[in-house]
Ligand binder design. Structure first.
Ligand SMILES: Cc1ncc(COP(=O)(O)O)c(C=O)c1O
Length: 359
């Protein structure tokens, strides 16, 4: 028998990648994943339950999620033909890359959401980094220079940006769009919490793509629903690649009910924005902590202590946040805005961890 060597079969660009995983700590205060910290509204849950019938389980879902797309059209003002839903916006990112970027170049603007790079590698595209400036603003001319190289297919711009929290002014995005022929993807996962949406630009720029999600403001991270807004020509190409039944029946149903009750969620968003202000002030009052302004539901901050040590120290105290340190974000940590008691416990434990370290 010939010898079987699995690693010689593995695509070389995947060898350095580590499988995605996160700590499962159910009894910790979890401020690490930018989820909505408030309980899912009981009334909305009841409404979903009343619509769950046996036939939902035995039949395949609607591959195009027509009813949900119609509601999203109403919500966003974008015609249904320019909308595609996915199994979280993560899946939509991968579908975009598989459709347009395999074998090409993808411009990303770190520090930013890690999946643009990971999914570029999975799709067989080359990620090209155009770092943000020290204040985390994007450099439109450098992005356009990089995108002018042959083979450039997609530019990813996250606004508000994960993990730094700042929103990109629409004028900066317009400067990119004016000069590039690459698809320009603006990830608006956190737009309900702040920043200016690029939706009004969709009519002007056929290469603009906007990503949104139900995982943050709409409290549905567990059900995996994201969507894309663009022009119908882009959506038609993506549909060649999209998995036929990417969004299951239950998630389609839940997203429809959530959209119907969106006013309730947008009230919770207001509470989160107030919480962000209080948390930000609390962080600023701790000596040595540098806090950055946020238009999202999380706050990026730095301390004099290595982020991994602080992250671990907080974890030992039952508080989970995210160590996002790396190039351009040295000693950087990201904390999701939680419920007010969670925010208070986090601040107390952070002070304790910093004092321990100094003492
Ligand atoms: C900027 C950004 N885009 C997309 C996602 C993924 O969202 P989803 O849960 O819809 O896959 C996240 C999740 O953290 C994010 O921060």
């Amino acid at each position: 028998m010939t010898s079987f060597n699995l690693s010689s079969l593995l695509r070389p660009e995947l060898k350095e990648m580590t499988p995605y995983d996160v700590p499962r700590l159910n009894d910790a205060i979890r401020l690490d994943a930018n989820e909505n910290p408030f309980p899912f509204p009981g009334e909305v849950l009841e409404k979903i339950k009343t619509q769950v019938h046996e036939y939902l389980f035995t039949r395949y879902p609607d591959p195009r999620s027509h009813e949900l797309v119609a509601m999203l059209a109403d919500f966003t003002g974008v015609p249904p033909a320019g909308i595609m839903v996915g199994n979280g916006s993560d899946e939509v990112i991968l579908t975009l890359l598989l459709t347009f970027a395999s074998g090409g170049r993808v411009i990303i603007t770190p520090p930013t959401f890690s999946m643009y790079k990971v999914h570029s590698l999975i799709a067989g595209a080359v990620p090209v980094e155009v770092p943000r400036r020290n204040d985390f603003t994007i450099d439109a001319s450098r992005i356009n220079e990089a995108a002018a190289h042959p083979g450039s297919r997609i530019i990813f711009i996250c606004s508000p940006n994960n993990p730094t929290g700042n929103a990109v002014p629409v004028e900066d995005i317009r400067r990119v769009l004016e000069e590039t022929a690459a698809l320009t993807v603006v990830d608006e996962a956190y737009i309900e919490f702040g920043g200016e949406s690029c939706v009004p630009l969709l009519d002007e720029y056929p290469n603009l793509v906007i990503l949104r999600t139900f995982s943050k403001a709409f409290g549905m991270a567990g059900l995996r629903v994201g969507y894309l807004l663009s022009n119908p020509a882009v959506v038609r190409q993506l549909l060649r690649v999209k998995q036929p039944y990417n969004l299951n029946v239950f998630s389609q149903l839940a997203a429809r009910v959530v959209l119907y009750y969106r006013a309730e969620f947008l009230t919770v968003v207001k509470k989160i924005i107030q919480g962000r202000q209080i948390l930000s002030e609390g962080l600023s009052n701790i000596p040595g902590v540098e806090v950055f302004p946020s238009a999202a539901n999380f706050i990026f901050f730095r301390t004099p202590v290595p982020a991994s040590i602080l992250h671990q120290g907080l974890l030992e105290e039952g508080v989970l946040i995210r160590d996002v340190s790396g190039q351009g974000v040295e000693r950087g940590l990201r904390v999701t805005v939680g419920q007010s008691e969670e925010n208070e416990i986090f601040l107390t434990k952070l002070k304790l961890a910093l004092t321990k370290r100094e003492g």
